[in-house]
Design a protein around this ligand. Sequence first.
Ligand code: MG
Length: 378
Amino acid sequence: MSASYAADPVTSQGRRFVEPDPKYRTAFQRDRDRIIHSRAFRRLEYKTQVFVNHEGDLYRTRLTHSLEVAQIARSVARNMQLNEDLVEAIALAHDLGHTPFGHAGQDALNKCMAEYGGFEHNLQSLRVVDQLEDVYAQFSGLNLCFETREGILKHCAVKHAKKLGDVGERFLNKTQASLEAQLTNIADEIAYNNHDIDDGLRSGLIQLEQLIEVPVFREVWLEVQGLYPDLSGRRQVNEILRRLIGRMVIDLTETSFAAIKASGVQSLADVRQHDASLMQYSALMRQQKNELKHFLRENLYFHPTVYRSTWRAQQIIEALFGAFMHDVRLLPAKHQQFARELKQEQGDAGQARAIADYIAGMTDRYAISQYGELFDFT
Ligand code: MG
């Protein structure tokens, strides 16, 4: 049973390349299945979320992060009678365009691409599913439905939106994406805020004593202390984090339900025309979540140890980009050909784009091995 304002695969705005409907699946299920079978999806296993992939086996990777996003988004979608297949598809695809080495990699590649239109991972995720996957006979990309593609493109600068056709329009005319897209965007944030705390504590870079200075964390810590005064270590951390996730999910569900009701939206078309996002937290939870984010930024993302691996990642990305720009013959044959084709069409910016596609597609360890091959003479 779906809500009247949920996205519906039967009334989807369709695929760029028209295909017959699948027999025993909905269009959104097919999108989800294509994403899982893609190469970019398998590479997520070896891409960094915050901690570089080889630092430890228990840290989140882009793959486990994406699975956690899907889990959270699906559970809210089911409660709110939104389309569960669509949120799953968006969640599993949302980070397909991420570079190796997490945000450090994206920032470094964006810097390399400054003269050539920049690099932005949301746009790259869309580029992966629209163009770069090349396994189907009749089209490039995965030929996903409009609703999945709009969900993948969660942010976009106006200058880029102009070139994106249908999925770029909402950034120009200030309309909203589906509730499923709005939800998945928030589920992403719920997942990383909580798992980054978990990974941060596991790494020893942040301590419980620091975290209990953050009001919402302290509240939940006190709750767990009251229930299990002798609990410590992993079990204590997990009892705190499962409650934190629960609070965010429940707050999001209840606040959004109330906002939808108050708005009077009846259909997806109404959702799109509404003047703001209807999936939302209460004012209190928004503040609490911002305090947590602020803590993570101050104490984890720029921790000297993390910053060192960030710096190393930047050196690797910049060196690879520089080498390939200098001489495309250093690229593997397929990418070399693509770089030459794009250069013919668009000049240096085209060549740079093909190189950015190649580098963005790399896993952490592949990027490190390529760097070793080109620059390590020992
Ligand atoms: Mg994410």
